[in-house]
Write a protein that binds this ligand. Structure first.
Ligand code: ADP
Ligand code: ZN
Ligand code: ZN
Length: 731
């Protein structure tokens, strides 16, 4: 008989402890194996922590422990999933983020290896299923079904698993409107790029590399202006580590947005590269993960969760674009890849290199006070000048005429010059869709999301109203549901509207649009970027996605159509976000031998995020913003933790949140500043009411235990849920 201690797959604070089961079978079983167990009348997956042999009978054991002990249903794996290093890392992450241990394991492992029931339907199929139209009719379909049907019609042939709404697809299939077409499966196909010899490093790049190599500091921040050649520094350091027999972990925010980065690495390191990111299919992820675990890949390129890649003997961990917020996971266990990288680096004695043109304030402050070793590349390659920027005040009537209220006269002039010179332009508007709200002219009714309460965005391409917070959609109606009036008014504009406006003003211009609507179809983003690089279009229109790390040599103009969008967001980070967006976007212009320019349209021409952004003056912005943060006790001067209480009854949520605040005040005293209860910007989530409490403090260790105790107390209450987010980003 074996006694097995295991964690249950539910990521809840109340179940975050080992449970005991018995096993009398003869399969191989040890720590790190997944098993199938009965728990509360359900069959679940458990993750084994320890196994002990015993000669006692089940009855004796029950008497000894005082518990009723169940038998395991079955053992799933024939080898442990994680090595000891990764298990210690998981423990550390779970302790720091006060997250259930199992939730960290679930984030670490690819879906088909994850300790959860759904992993058992692991992909082993050799065929891909595509959907195409069989018989087109929208008759008596729900809006969601219509949306999917229109998507399939538009794409003609689309992978079934990419449509993302299995129940809707099944409905459409059963009604014979669409059909399945089987095709042989293509697991991750890495393009066959030819090896490329490295260029000669510039003196500045060499200096940075020498300084890195001559220092024994654990964490470095490479601050290099856009186009300063940071990538080549990464590649060189990576090469050196491989030559020393080490492996390298290279993180990027979103691979699909930077296909060039992947290409550089494959050209340099060829078959040694493995790729891990969210756009891979479960089967591809499974293959890549196993390749790394077998020790066949020595360079791993990946997004956030690749920080958990089962790579051995790591010599260097690099985070490119370290300021990008997608490094922070927005659900349990709410980890930030940068912090995990530093933990992992510490455990493996490997150096960590963070890179950015616009480092996060937190990282730059640590660079300033020596917590991180600051390295700098202050000049562009070949001394190419940063683009000349111009701020256009949209409130000044000299800048606007009747031809367009969206594009100012100066922006139109520049665009037209770029088109004449056969160069390319990028137009950034940080909002997708056509118009940001729709209301009734007659009675004032505003179309809102029934789940979240926020205004719905009109999307012209499929004539739908969509919620940009949850996945609610409805077909755009012809009349007001309240008064029946036909006069519906669309206000505010997004990427689709900008594209229309460009076509109206410059009918000869070819455009491409890049936003998360285009990202709905897999591999669409890289193909849009590739197409723009090949000059198949003159103007690329998009959201912040187009500001990220791309290198388009023929782009000589970047236009930020409305720089103010982020400023009105209720967050202490809003200025930082706007500054980063402007600096990164402007940095896309004039990257080769041509001189670049940028136009920034705004109603706030004096706002410091915009003026410093326009000047690409990081230091100026940093000093100003640090002053603001100090005044308001925000990071990097204080750390933050947020607690979110949710429940079906608003009164219950409010009263519990008040008692959370009392508890914290009582136990933390002057060790922290407690703010709340606050009603969050989006106050409802899936019909749950939300309230938050924000905790500001200087020393996490001084408050960690209180937080732990608080979670334990409140996690037991059945009328509410409580979730904790250490170093949150949504404030
Ligand atoms: P960053 O990531 O800092 O914005 P990149 O790494 O994209 O900058 O480099 C900008 C451009 O300079 C790229 O086109 C890159 O190929 C080129 N480049 C970088 N290093 C060198 C070098 N040592 N010699 C020649 N060209 C280089
Ligand atoms: Zn109305
Ligand atoms: Zn919604």
């Amino acid at each position: 008989m074996r006694i097995v201690q295991l964690f249950i797959e539910y990521a809840s604070h109340t179940l975050d402890r080992p449970f005991s089961y018995l096993y009398k079978g003869n399969k191989n079983l040890g720590p790190g194996f997944r098993v199938l167990v009965n728990f509360n009348h359900r069959q679940l997956v458990g993750y084994v922590l320890s196994v002990k042999e015993s000669n006692a009978s089940a009855e004796q054991l029950e008497e000894e422990t005082g518990y009723h002990l169940d038998y395991l249903v079955d053992v799933i794996d024939d080898a442990p999933l994680l090595n000891e290093d990764l298990i210690s890392l998981a423990k550390r992450v779970s302790e720091y983020y006060l997250a259930p241990f199992i939730s960290v394991l679930q984030s670490m492992l690819p879906p088909s290896l994850s300790p959860r029931k759904s992993s058992l339907r692991a992909p082993k199929i050799a065929y891909d299923q595509y959907l195409s139209i069989n018989h087109y009719s929208e008759e008596s379909l729900t809006d969601k079904q219509t949306e999917i049907l229109r998507l399939i019609k538009k794409e003609r042939k689309i992978l079934k698993r990419e449509v993302g709404s299995p129940s809707v697809v099944e409905k459409l299939l059963s009604r014979g409107l669409i059909k399945i077409v089987k095709k042989e499966k293509r697991r991750l196909a890495i393009p066959n790029y030819e090896y490329q010899k490295p260029p000669l490093l510039t003196a500045d790049q060499q200096k940075v590399i020498d300084e890195f190599n001559n220092s024994s500091d654990p964490v470095f921040l490479l601050q290099g202006v856009t186009g300063s050649g940071k990538t080549e520094v990464y590649l060189t350091l990576c090469d050196e580590e491989l030559k020393k027999g080490h492996s390298v972990l290279f993180l990027v925010p979103e691979i699909s947005l930077t296909p060039m980065m992947m290409e550089y690495f494959i050209r340099r390191f060829e078959h040694q590269v493995a790729i891990l990111h969210s756009e891979l299919t479960p089967a591809e992820k499974y293959d890549e993960y196993r390749k790394i675990a077998r020790g066949e890949a020595r360079v791993v390129i990946g997004a956030r969760s690749a920080i958990f890649a089962p790579l051995a003997n790591i010599g260097l961990i690099i985070l490119d674009e370290e300021h990008v917020e997608s490094y922070k996971q927005d659900s349990i266990p709410f980890y930030h890849a940068r912090e995990v990288a530093i933990m992992r680096g510490e455990m493996h004695h490997s150096k960590v290199l963070l890179g950015s043109a616009t480092p996060s304030l937190e990282s730059r402050a640590r660079g300033k006070n020596g917590v991180y070793h600051l390295l700098r590349l202050d000049k562009r390659i070949n001394e190419q000048k940063l683009p000349a920027t111009k701020i256009i005040n949209l409130a000044d009537y000299h800048n606007i005429d009747r031809d367009s209220y969206i594009f100012s006269i100066p922006l139109r002039e520049k665009l037209s010059a770029v088109l004449k010179a056969r160069q390319q332009a990028i137009l950034l508007i940080n909002r997708r869709g056509f118009s940001t709200s729709v209301s009734c002219r007659n009675c004032g009714y505003v179309f809102r999301c029934p789940t979240c309460g926020i205004a719905l965005t009109f999307h012209k391409s499929d004539n739908m109203l969509k919620c940009h917070h949850c996945d609610y959609v409805q077909v755009m109606p012809d009349t007001c549901p309240k008064c029946g009036s036909k006069y519906l008014m669309k206000t505010g504009f997004g990427t689709e509207r900008i594209q229309d406006e460009v076509h109206r003003l410059f009918p000869e211009a070819k455009t491409l649009r890049l936003d998360s609507d285009s990202a709905k179809v897999r591999n669409k983003i890289p193909s849009i970027i590739e197409s723009f690089r090949k000059k198949e279009a003159d103007i690329l229109i998009g959201t912040q996605m187009i500001a990220k790390g791309h290198d388009f040599p023929d782009v000589t103009l970047v236009g930020i159509v409305l720089a103010d969008i982020g400023l009105s967001m209720p967050s202490f980070r809003s200025s930082e976000r706007v500054f980063q967006l402007i600096t990164q976007a402007v940095g896309r212009s004039g990257r080769s031998d041509k001189v670049g320019q940028a136009i920034i349209q705004t109603y706030n021409p004096m706002h410091y995020a915009i003026t410093y952004g326009a000047r690409q003056d990081y230091e100026g912005f940093f000093n100003k913003e640090m002053g603001m943060r100090k005044l308001q006790n925000y990071p990097p001067y204080y750390f933050l933790t947020s607690l979110t209480v949710s429940g079906k009854k608003e009164e219950t949520v409010i009263s519990h949140t008040y008692s959370v605040v009392d508890y914290l005040n009582e136990h933390l005293g002057d060790k922290a500043i407690i703010l709340g209860p606050t009603t969050p910007y989006i106050a409802r989530d899936h019909l749950q009411f939300l309230r938050t409490v924000l905790i500001k403090y200087r020393d996490y260790l001084a408050i960690q235990n209180t937080l732990k105790e608080l979670i334990e107390i409140y996690a037991k209450k059945s009328s509410i849920d409580i979730s904790i987010n250490i170093d949150p980003y949504n404030f």
